[in-house]
Design a protein around this ligand. Structure first.
Ligand code: MN
Length: 251
């Protein structure tokens, strides 16, 4: 199996190292990832600047290609130019921080996988639900299991899975739930600060609001210590409003 690995935390992040090492047990891994952190860039691509690509070594061995672009750029570039053979699977992560609910719209990690899906390749995003003291072992092991399961069961071209792993030791994880996307969003707050020159600046912060997330959702599953696997799609059409709008007289 030919696997493309990307992320949005950058090629030097710990999570992508853990993911690529785990996936090497199920296939040939090519890493193409942003040269610096590009978290929360969503599905942005780079049009007004060239993309520079450099070979990166980690722990004394060739690790992958760093590109001066976004996760979506990296996947496009890998599939269109860098890889000799189209990958059978795209894997994005392991992200530092969960990507659940409506919040996935901002996620560079999910967008790396979405780009793979748009190009017709089964794609998977994986995130660890913590920003501090990450232990990627359980998430990496689950990524390897999912890649093997995808090879065995077959994922249709364009399938997109969003995996979120609770920040717990493997023995404390309560199970695996197939979930729907919740409507959870971050409760935004801007820290208003003053720089050393006396000028005001703002820094966005907040936390995921889990209120009202249904039991069968990604947010609820991770909250009860379960790994969440959500199949996503990117046809954003509002079917209900579609019928209603048809009755408007646009003249
Ligand atoms: Mn990130």
């Amino acid at each position: 199996m030919e696997i493309l690995v990307t992320n949005d935390d950058g090629i030097y992040a710990e999570g992508i190292f853990a993911l690529s090492r785990a996936l090497k047990k199920c296939g040939r891994v090519t890493v193409v990832a942003p040269d610096t952190e590009r978290s929360a860039v969503g599905h942005a691509i780079t049009l007004s600047d060239p993309l520079r690509v450099t070979e990166v070594r980690r722990n004394g061995a060739f690790f992958g290609y760093a590109a001066s672009g976004t996760p979506a750029d990296c996947v496009k570039l890998a599939i269109r130019s860098i890889m000799k053979k189209k990958p059978d699977l795209v894997f994005s992560g392991i992200n530092l921080g969960a990507n659940m609910g409506y919040n996935v719209l901002y996620s560079g990690t999910v967008s790396g996988a979405t780009e793979g899906a748009l190009l017709g390749i089964p794609s998977i995003a994986i995130s660890l639900a913590t920003f501090v003291d990450p232990d990627f072992a359980a998430a990496a092991a689950f990524a390897r299991k999912t890649a093997s399961a995808a090879a065995k069961n077959g994922l249709p071209p364009g399938a997109l899975l969003n995996i979120n792993v609770p920040a717990l030791p493997a023995g404390k994880i309560t199970g695996v739930s197939v979930t729907r996307q919740s409507r959870s969003l971050f409760t935004d707050r801007f820290d208003r600060r003053t720089d050393p020159h006396g000028r005001t600046y703002y820094w966005l912060t907040g936390s995921l609001n889990r209120d009202g997330a249904p039991a069968d959702s990604d947010t609820a599953a991770v909250a009860r210590g379960s790994i969440s696997v959500t199949p996503l799609q990117f046809d954003l059409t509002d079917e209900k409003l579609l019928g209603n709008l048809a009755n408007w007289k646009f003249k």
